[in-house]
Design a protein around this ligand. Structure first.
Ligand SMILES: C[S@@+](CC[C@H](N)C(=O)[O-])C[C@H]1O[C@@H](n2cnc3c(N)ncnc32)[C@H](O)[C@@H]1O
Length: 250
């Protein structure tokens, strides 16, 4: 690890999460938004393209500034979580990758529980026009704890309909500086439903730290890792700002 920051009840590691796992130790739940598979990164490159002068969209432009997830990272995360996490392992992914995540989670010994869905009513249209746009992300959900899984949602559906543009309260004034920043309201709902007050929640691919900001607002402790120094700084600033704002959510 090149750097470790302690901010309130949050500990942030700058570096590769697979190297941080041994230092992170035991956690209550893992709620994370890793890079997608290589195929989805190609699609993202297309849909993130800038508009050109004639008003059309240049679909060759706009590469994401981080690499697609690797098998080593996915299986490393699942194996670590099974040994260190006493509750939920939730990972965002594209629908086509749910089978890969399920195999990695079950292969490591976690109990597969559900595919959740985040519906983005304001998701990107399909600029090529030759097929439907996506408009949602999947969430692979497995239980790493002992006995039966439990969450705080009772019989609710695992479906969240939240606009991408809904940054919620308390984003630390730094919304949109990470290219795939999750809405704070979405991460707050997941943290609230899949952990308890005082729990230690881990996001090993934390980006700009939205999961950590949600944890501060909800009275959870947080531990996160981020490999890119620019996003690590952003996460530090947002989490510090969240502590300065105090608890916003009941
Ligand atoms: C999809 S983004 C997370 C965005 C985040 N949910 C937010 O709201 O800002 C995934 C992040 O994982 C980081 N990353 C990729 N590989 C990593 C690794 N091995 N260890 C730690 N971070 C990694 C990327 O730099 C990127 O910022």
């Amino acid at each position: 690890m090149t750097r470790i920051e302690h901010i309130g009840d949050a500990t942030l590691y700058l570096g590769d999460c697979t190297e941080a796992f041994s230092a992170i130790g035991a956690v209550s739940s893992v709620i994370t938004d890793p890079p997608f598979e290589a195929e989805a990164h190609t699609l993202q490159r297309r849909t993130l393209g800038r508009g050109s002068e004639d008003g059309r969209r240049d679909i060759q432009d706009g590469a994401l500034p981080f690499a697609a997830i690797t098998e080593r990272e996915r299986s490393g995360l699942c194996q670590w979580a099974v040994g260190s996490c006493s509750g939920w392992l939730l990972a965002f992914c594209q629908a086509e990758a749910i089978g890969l995540w399920r195999r990695s989670m079950e292969g490591a010994g976690a109990k597969w529980r559900r595919t959740g869905v985040w519906i983005k009513p304001d998701g990107m249209p399909q600029f090529t026009g030759d097929r439907p746009g996506v408009g949602y992300e999947s969430i692979a959900m497995a239980w790493c704890g002992q006995g039966k899984s439990k969450w705080n949602g009772g019989g609710k559906h695992g479906v969240w309909i939240i606009p991408k543009s809904d940054r919620g309260q308390g984003h630390g004034g730094r919304a949109n500086e990470h290219p795939t920043q999750k809405p704070l309201r979405l991460m707050s709902e997941l943290v609230s439903l899949f952990s308890a007050e005082g729990d230690l929640v881990c996001d090993p691919f934390m980006g700009s730290g939205t999961t950590g900001v949600a944890c501060v607002g909800l009275g959870r402790r947080f531990v996160g890792a981020e490999i890119n120094p620019k996003y690590f700084e952003l996460a530090c600033e947002r989490i510090a700002a969240a502590y300065a704002q105090g608890r916003l959510f009941a």
